[in-house]
Design a binder for this molecule. Structure first.
Ligand code: NAP
Ligand code: GDD
Length: 358
């Protein structure tokens, strides 16, 4: 009998890659899709109503709505639920703290409670985040034993979901596991996250469609991996014999400035940094033009300055390790966005990638 998986956040970056992985493994894949006034299914359009993927179906539901969650679980009878749905933008979570707590935090509880009430033997995956570690000591590694110290409504909501998952596991013997994933990116990354903003923005600069890219904190460091590698880890977490919690990370950290420098280099722009603080600028060494500037609007009320993961447990227990290097990741994203923006330069191919906030 075909295994059945239900994915929340099916229209997101990870939801789309995980769907492809599970379909390849022969799963029946169901997605809980929230209703929007205009479909935002571009990451999964190649799977929907495609005769090549008869085992892919989505249904409307919302993480704020217990009845829709229960109804979908009852209807799909999944063996596994991957809860990837969230308000996932840390900066935006400061503007919408209550909504973030509701969707990113309580959403997990609603699913776990639905599983408990149904008394169904469903395995549950919770999409935890390195943002839960929050403020950590510079040069330290974070692993499954590192205490949480969240710095944002998003981080706080994820800590709630993490502990709720553990409580349901310990109290009711449910198979409920947490992944604690460090940043992972791809050409499908939302355009308001810094990596994609950089690869799109610099591609536009290169092609003369934009003069300057406005960024926030250039000093912030992240452990950036490739989303396609990470969904394999997510899958392995639920296939392990016991429900446990696992960090997935690359073990390397790079600053936002470094990401921009490498992306620019791959586009043939040699960036030179001048000035300090909010007056720092990235200048094109060749023509003296300012390519990157700082706009404090992108600063957060409280920042996580530094993250670096220690994924030795996942490596040892699950046999998972990332396959894509930092440079390869930047290259994949730059190539994708350069090609995308190049299409904009042709008549009739205008795509809108501008955005003011974040
Ligand atoms: P993403 O691209 O932002 O996707 C989030 C998904 O959640 C989207 O499908 C979104 O739907 C859905 N969603 C939002 N509000 C919802 C609601 N009220 N009801 C149902 N669904 C809702 O995020 P991602 O990068 O794929 O990340 C997947 C998960 O992993 C998230 O929980 C994120 O917090 C977590 N995570 C991500 C990273 C990372 O670096 N990417 C690292 C650690 C943890 P729409 O498409 O309609 O907006
Ligand atoms: N978004 C954004 N936009 N971030 C900027 C900018 C900018 O213009 N300029 C600098 N940054 C800095 C942010 O302040 C942050 O320190 C860093 O770049 C990364 O920001 P994001 O790309 O927005 O990601 P994030 O680390 O805050 O959150 C992502 O990773 C988490 C895992 O640690 C999200 O995917 C979360 O959902 C995920 O849990």
């Amino acid at each position: 009998m075909r295994k059945r998986a239900l994915i929340t956040g099916i229209t997101g970056q990870d939801g789309s890659y995980l769907s492809e992985l599970l379909l390849k493994k022969g799963y029946q894949v169901y997605g809980l899709q929230r209703h929007t006034s205009y479909p935002n299914t571009y990451r999964i359009d190649h799977l929907i109503n495609n005769p090549k993927f008869p085992n892919f179906l989505t249904a409307y539901g919302d993480l704020s709505d217990s009845s829709s969650i229960s109804a979908i679980i009852e209807k799909c009878e999944p063996d596994e639920i991957y809860n990837l749905g969230a308000l996932s933008h840390v900066g935006v979570s400061f503007s919408m703290p209550e909504y973030t707590a509701d969707i990113t935090g309580l959403g997990a509880l609603r699913i776990l409670e639905a599983i408990r009430q149904l008394k169904a033997p469903i395995k549950y995956y919770q999409a935890g985040s390195s943002e839960m570690f929050g403020k950590v000591e510079k040069d330290s590694f974070q692993n499954e034993n590192t205490p949480f110290n969240p710095q944002s409504p998003y981080g706080l909501a994820k800590v709630f979901a993490f502990h709720t998952t553990k409580i349901y596991r310990n109290s009711y013997g449910m198979f409920a596991a947490n992944g604690i994933l460090f940043n992972h990116e791809s050409p499908r990354r939302g355009i308001s996250f810094v990596t994609r903003k950089i690869t799109l923005g610099l591609s536009r600069v290169k092609l003369g469609m934009q003069d300057t890219l406005m960024l926030g904190n250039l000093n912030s460091s992240r452990d950036w991996g490739y989303a396609k590698d990470y969904v394999e880890g997510i899958f392995k977490i639920l296939q392990y014999k016991d429900a446990e919690d696992f960090v997935l990370a690359t073990g390397e950290t790079h600053s936002v400035r470094e990401f921009a420098q490498i992306a620019a280099k791959q586009l043939g722009i040699d960036l030179q940094w001048k000035g300090t603080g909010i007056r720092e600028k990235g200048i094109n060494r060749k023509n003296g033009k300012t390519v990157i500037e700082i706009d404090p609007i992108h600063f957060r009320p409280s920042e996580v300055d530094y993250l670096l993961g220690d994924a030795r447990k996942a490596r040892k227990v699950l046999g998972w390790k990332p396959k894509t290097s930092f440079n390869e990741l930047v290259e994949i994203m730059v190539k994708n966005d350069y090609d995308l923006v190049r299409k904009e330069t042709r008549p009739g191919h205008k795509i809108e990638v501008r955005h003011r906030f974040y």
